[in-house]
Design a binder for this molecule. Structure first.
Ligand code: HEC
Ligand code: HEC
Length: 154
């Protein structure tokens, strides 16, 4: 076999294997689980899910484990994060937190990916909602029995 035909044959078999794996996954793993779209087939339309109301402003929510990004205990619908402006920082930055009576972003938010402390917010912490999420009353799609480490050692 030349290099080219060998490469083509290899691509073909890996394609078949991938297809097989995907169809097995589709057939088995999520049986009985309905998505946010409900039971509608892919071709048919579905009703848009209700827009969930975010919880009203409340005190901080207890954290479940060490290093968990704290959950957002207030509405954020109008708080935009754009290229030029980050509304969250108008209350949570070190300059503004006292006046806003908010928690200030922690020191870790100033570390770049190599662990070097910066004088301003690290770029990788700019999009707050990548890690911090507001809360709504929505039943979980998939249950989970997560326990923090300290619970396990009790
Ligand atoms: C108008 C001011 C304001 C804005 C804007 C704001 N927050 Fe807050 N935030 C607060 C206050 C006040 C608290 C509650 C502090 C308390 O009660 O101790 C809070 C609490 C939090 C907490 C919980 C902190 C903890 O220790 O548990 C997180 C996380 C948070 N906000 C993230 C965000 C994110 C992300 C945004 C932007 C999408 C945002 N906030 C925008 C004022 C604000
Ligand atoms: C990459 C994930 C990530 C991003 C992005 C991020 N945070 Fe955090 N945040 C965390 C984690 C993890 C913690 C808890 C541990 C710590 O303090 O580092 C935290 C802690 C906090 C706290 C509590 C601080 C304290 O002293 O208890 C506040 C407030 C907060 N973040 C606000 C923000 C805001 C506002 C932004 C956007 C400007 C943001 N975070 C972006 C992961 C993130």
């Amino acid at each position: 076999m030349t290099y080219k035909t060998r490469k083509a044959a290899l691509l073909k078999t890996s394609g078949i294997t991938l297809g097989l794996v995907l169809s097995l996954v589709a057939a088995n793993s999520w049986a009985g689980l309905s998505s946010l779209r409900g039971e509608a087939s892919i071709e048919s339309g579905s009703n848009a899910p209700d827009v969930k109301r975010e919880h009203a402003d409340s005190p901080p929510i207890e954290r479940n484990y060490f290093q968990q990004p704290p959950l957002i205990p207030h509405r954020i619908r109008e708080y935009q994060i754009t290229l030029r402006n980050n509304k969250c920082l108008s209350c949570h930055s070190w300059k503004t937190y006292k006046k806003a009576k908010a928690t200030k972003i922690s020191q870790t938010h100033f570390d770049d990916r190599d662990g070097n402390a910066q004088t301003s917010l690290a770029a990788r912490r700019y999009f707050c909602t990548q890690c911090h999420v507001p809360q709504v009353d929505a039943p979980p799609l998939v249950g989970n029995a997560f326990l923090p480490v300290e619970e396990l050692s009790k």
